[in-house]
Design a protein around this ligand. Sequence first.
Ligand code: BGC
Length: 534
Amino acid sequence: MTNNITWWKGAVIYQIYPRSFKDSNNDGIGDLAGITSKLDYIASLNVDAIWLSPFFTSPMKDFGYDVSDYCGVDPLFGTLQDFKDLVVKAHQLGLKVIIDQVYSHTSDQHAWFKESRADKTNPKANWYVWADPKPDGTPPNNWLSLFGGSAWQWDTPRQQYFLHNFLTSQPDLNFHSMEVQDAILNAAKFWLELGVDGFRLDVVNMYFHDETLADNGVADSPEKMFVGVDPNNPFSKQHHVHQMCRDDNLEFLKRLRNLLDFYPGSTTVGEIGAPDGLSYMAQYTSNGDKLHMAYTFELLSDKCEPLYLKDNMMRIADSLKDGWPCFALSNHDVVRSATRWTQGSNYKSAKAKAMLVFLLTQRGTPCIYQGEELGLPEADVPFDKIVDPFGIEFWPVFKGRDGCRTPMAWENQADLGFGSELTRQWLPADQSHQSLAVSEQEVDSASMLHFIKEFLAWRKNNIALLTGSINWLDSGDPVLLFERVDSSQKLIVAINFSEHSELCPDVDDGAAIVWSSHEVSSTLKPYQCTIWQV
Ligand code: BGC
């Protein structure tokens, strides 16, 4: 890792979805004590940080992304003391702790919303986005919710509509109010004081809306489409210029950054889902006065053709300049990459490894989602077991997000050693995960788990892969070929991202092979990755 302040540059972040990681009290839901009991395992992966999806007080309508108390731990996950214990142990193991902060909206059970909806004159009357109906009683404009239907919900107590970009139970906070901004900054300070090392900022580009409430236009070109949203979702048909990505966002992010700068070494990674997300990534991470890192959806789509990967990585490198990206192939919102990207491949295992090498050699900070280190495929959750409201709404065209949220595979047994028997688990353990469990892979030196541990141990000592610049080289599709260059090291990475053997590229005379997934010859085997040092 680099110095303390910029530890996050090139660090590897392990994402934990607390509900599904490890259950310590047999109630069917994972918890903080469960996570703490597995921190040794996480440290053994050679990652640098953990990112915890929300564990805050919540009615769990969106499984924690609907917060009803920003400074409380939901009893399902434990207590504040459990969280403090987790931080202490993580730090002892050299792991940084990043927590998810959901500022764009709260739960409708948050005390702020209860007060705000009471009438039009209470002290928090403008803390949410309220608007009168059109003369015919319909919603104020055409904005849509990502989770289906209008983005407006009628509220009887208040006799107005309120805005929600997700569920109706996730009312949108009005960031045009300085009081809202101050309250959010106070919540951030609460966690920084407790010693967290950073925040993953949920939908960071959705904090502000256009106060004129002008209608959205039509997404008439692919650049205006929302990456990461199923094309069958009507939300993807609009150009959401009035609903998100407003310039006001930048001013708030500067305020947040000012706060973080009081806590040296703390960091932020903002999730930016948007049409033309790359330009916002650049904007949000420029000048060192807003976000530290921007999380992109580019590698979360179904597309994984070598040309697509190369084009996108080149565009990111070109547009970001001094800004720093954060990449993931999998997370709690998308079909696991082991299924998404290896479907139909004759070389599933080699491809899964090549995908990770690709992720871990890009310029940026990579995230690994729990179970990705085992190559877990997407779980098959039948409709009667589906709990994700997004999936219930759009079934069967889009099956929701439960398939990537099932219990982590610790042991080769029916309940996967998750900590609660099968019948209690909030989502059913997938039986195809049994043979891929940690207990199996730990004793198999050819496993994905061993592969990743070894690669990450090696990566840590290669500074060019952590902070170096990236230059893409001509290789001829389908070999991905690029340099990572730091003042003290230059590496050349070649990944044959195809099902066929390809000619091994000519690299500089005198370059020495420092890492390779296969023996090196004049050809690169399917999904072979080879790295030279010049
Ligand atoms: C989170 C989702 C969540 C949504 C609303 C997303 O970006 O990753 O899991 O449902 O924000 O908070």
